[in-house]
Design a protein around this ligand. Structure first.
Ligand SMILES: Nc1nc2c(c(=O)[nH]1)N[C@H]1C(S)=C(S)[C@@H](COP(=O)(O)O)O[C@H]1N2
Ligand SMILES: [Mo]
Length: 510
């Protein structure tokens, strides 16, 4: 007699269920131990770090803030496919499926092992995942062979079907339970304890009336927290509590500082309104937002620690191991105003924007001066430490380039004939925008009306009106900053130190 073979659909199902059991059990174990140890999340995080910079830049550009969701869906599809494949290769002997369970389990363990923010117990989560996958697969495989051997005896069929349903349900419930347990770090409660501290801060420079042309289609001067652009490498948002937070400022300093959250908020608190920009922002792109941040002056902390001569970089690390390097020459400028921020627009930092504490450095792109979930700061040298994005080919210093954008009309809009309003945004953080010029169809440049200036660290809006004949038109803008520099027309890619070029929009007057 031939060795019995499991029918292909059943074999595929067994493979899929093995993967589900592994992921569900691993997620539950991680929920109990350490949420970040979920094999799915840990592998996702490792994938983000291992992804070549070009692919990552593409992902940020294409999917923006949804890039992690796309990755998650992609991983789910790949894992399901592998499960089905291994199942189909195991129609006689279970070896292929078992090998997959062990292989994926090992991958999960490796991913957890290499996360800097996870303790050694975290390894239990992918281990549980491995054994759950192996066990579920092997058991179901055996039941399927029983069905085959007895030529489909009703009781064997029932056992296989019930077992499959139970494993699917168990995996789903475990995954859900793991998700709920993982959220037990009560960020909201911790944020509630921070909220009453914020009003103690010295008020920011008041925002003058007329600081935006929102009625003409520009963004509002302050970006609501929910609309503030978000860019980071964190696959799952770190969930920290202010009560547990501590920052160590060490390295080339006279006195090492260990600062708890309570210590931090016992220092003078200030508010500063700052426009942040991401180096990945394309010409005309959306990764620029403004908030009033509440926090402690970072320069004052560095002076307290006493920076030793020879040091030129502040290397900061987030709770999930992302690293950033900021030029000390910038941070120590008397009027730079970099913050360790705890508040954003009068609210505690949202978890996605770095709760409980983040850095913000006016005039530098986020990747060199805005570490979220900051837990460590080492005074060091550029020679001694290469941060995350620098290793991936981005520029060391990261000053924000003077830029401007057309916000209205929308690209390819149809606009009624007559007077046409064009409006947009310009930024030149820490230098200040002095003029914006605008032109239509390559005609003469005209000076636009600027919105009231708040500080040199914030964006300004611009507007102008044109009488335009029906037909297609292209509008372009360019800003000049207070150093006298006018934006170059020369197009440069975002890599390695920020895009250049004039933004233009095509629209039709009807
Ligand atoms: N921990 C951590 N901080 C980070 C990043 C990150 O990936 N991890 N990305 C940086 C980048 S590239 C930018 S542009 C800003 C964006 O801050 P936001 O998401 O609050 O807008 O955060 C910076 N801080
Ligand atoms: Mo960024």
């Amino acid at each position: 007699m031939d060795t019995p073979r499991i029918p292909a659909p059943a074999a595929a199902l067994i493979g899929l269920l093995g993967v589900l059991a592994a992921l569900g059990a691993g997620h539950l174990a991680a929920g109990v131990l350490e949420p970040g140890a979920s094999p799915l999340l840990a592998v996702g995080n490792a994938a983000i770090d291992a992804t070549p910079a070009v692919v990552k830049d593409f992902a940020v550009r294409t999917f923006g803030t949804a890039d992690k969701l796309v990755l998650l869906i992609g991983m789910a599809v790949v894992l399901a496919g592998l499960g089905v494949l291994a199942g189909l290769l195991s129609r006689r002997a279970p070896r292929a499926g078992q090998a997959l369970a062990v292989g994926l389990g090992a991958l999960g363990m490796l991913a957890v092992y290499t996360r800097p923010d996870l303790g050694q117990f975290a390894l239990l989560a992918p281990a549980v995942s491995l054994f759950a996958g192996l066990g579920a697969f092997t058991w179901l495989h055996g039941r399927a062979l029983d069905v085959r051997a007895t030529d489909g005896l009703a009781q064997d069929r029932r056992r296989f079907l019930l077992g499959s349903v139970a494993i699917a349900a168990g995996a789903g419930l475990s995954g859900l339970a793991g998700q709920l347990l993982g959220r037990r770090v009560d960020v909201a409660a911790s944020q509630d304890t921070v909220a009453p501290v914020l009003p103690r801060a010295a008020k920011a420079t008041p925002i003058p009336p007329g600081a935006d042309f929102a009625a003409d289609g520009t963004p509002t001067f302050l970006t609501p927290n929910a609309d503030f652009y978000r860019i980071d490498t964190a696959f799952s948002v770190p969930r920290l509590r202010a009560e547990d937070w501590e920052l160590r400022i060490h390295g080339m300093v006279e006195r090492e500082l260990r600062i708890s959250f309570a210590d931090l908020v016992n220092r003078p608190l200030v508010e500063r309104t700052i426009t942040m920009t991401c180096v990945s922002n394309e010409v005309g792109g959306p990764y620029v937002s403004t908030a009033t941040f509440t926090g402690v002056d970072l320069r004052a902390l560095l002076l307290e620690a006493g920076v030793k001569t020879g040091a030129d970089q502040l290397a900061t690390t987030s709770s999930d191991g992302w690293t950033c390097g900021t030029p000390l020459s910038v941070l120590l400028e008397p009027d730079r105003g970099a913050l360790l921020a705890i508040g954003m627009n009068g609210r505690p930092l949202p978890a996605e924007h770095g709760f409980p504490v983040r850095m913000v450095t006016p005039g530098l792109y986020g990747y060199v001066g805005a570490t979220k979930w900051i837990v460590e700061a080492e005074v060091t040298t550029f020679a001694d430490f290469e941060p995350y994005w620098i290793r991936r080919g981005w520029g060391r210093l990261g000053p924000v380039k003077t830029q401007s954008r057309v916000d209205r009309p929308n690209g390819f809009a149809k606009v009624p004939a007559g007077r046409v309003v064009v409006a947009g945004t310009a930024w030149a953080q820490h230098t200040g925008v002095s003029t914006v010029e605008v032109r239509v169809d390559g005609g003469p440049w005209r000076t636009a009306t600027l919105s009231a200036e708040s500080t040199v660290d914030t964006w300004r809006m611009w507007r102008a009106e044109f009488d335009l004949a029906p037909g297609g038109h292209t509008v372009e803008c360019r800003a000049t900053d207070r150093s006298g520099y006018t934006q170059t027309a020369q197009r440069a890619d975002v890599v390695p130190d920020g895009a250049t070029g004039w933004h233009s929009k095509f629209f039709t007057v009807t």
